[in-house]
Design a protein around this ligand. Sequence first.
Ligand code: PBG
Length: 327
Amino acid sequence: MSSSFPARRLRRLRKNEKMRNLVQEVLFSTNDLICPVFVQENLKQRTSVQSMPDIIRLPLEEVNMEVQEIKDLGIPAIMLFGIPTQKDDLGTGAFVDDGIVQKAISQIRSNFGESVVIMADVCLCQYTASGHCGILKGDMIDNDSSLKTLASVALSQAKAGVDIVSPSAMMDGQVKVIRETLDSNGFTDVGIMSHSAKHRSSFYNPFRDAADCAPQFGDRKTYQVPFTNPREAMREIESDIAEGVDIVMVKPALAYLDLIAETKRTHNIPVSAYSVSGEYALVKGAAQLGWINETDIMSEIMYSIKRAGADMIVTYFAKKMAQYLNK
Ligand code: PBG
């Protein structure tokens, strides 16, 4: 006989809700959420995003109202994305002092003080005519000239009062040049949460609808990590840590839980996960068809990302998840 005595009875600890609460291993709080906010220059009224139900582009005038709502739900941080009126070869709108994101940051800062953590995306793809995340040289996205521009973006956001800049362009050396630029301009307290292991993913497509940043030719395969290369993804994480990043990120989240777990196991640094637009759209779409229960699937996914090892999650479900947790 191979069975041992006493028999394991794992069901003992599942017999009622209080008992289950007592032994719950993975905890989730509203403090783990970062809520994306889209703000569009010269927008007349809030506009919905077709491929992302319940997500809206906001005019500058409505941003404070949105942040208040996020804050009232107990969510500590927002992630700002800007949509400019003009695009050009240099992505100028991303780093001018009166750019849409810079205006949003200073407005939120003066209204909310330190009571919300303001994060902002540092990238060029909404601002370049090409829709690419860096500056073009011929048909190539040129790494080193892009670095200078990304540093200017981060600096302009720091001047406006950002807490954490979040470079997502996947240019080599972006964390280093941003850290150096911030430090040499006196912004030693501004943090960096890099999109460290950002994969070339079709899960981003609905975001490109939200932020109007689809590449006008080609794709992002020359700068984003191939989803077939987990060790390469870990080298990206290592590079960002060596360059002085404060928080690393794995992106997308749900299809990349192995990399979140690996990052958590091998590095002693806060780990964020970005549950991206396509992950959101899948759930929303199936829920609209009545094939799944949106709230149940959302919470299961959020807990899975936490269980894998994420300390915080950027998600379009942030407000809905907070409402669920606050119940
Ligand atoms: C821009 C950026 C993208 C996302 C975040 N920042 C798009 C991309 O790289 O094509 C995607 C986020 C999402 O899908 O929710 N660099």
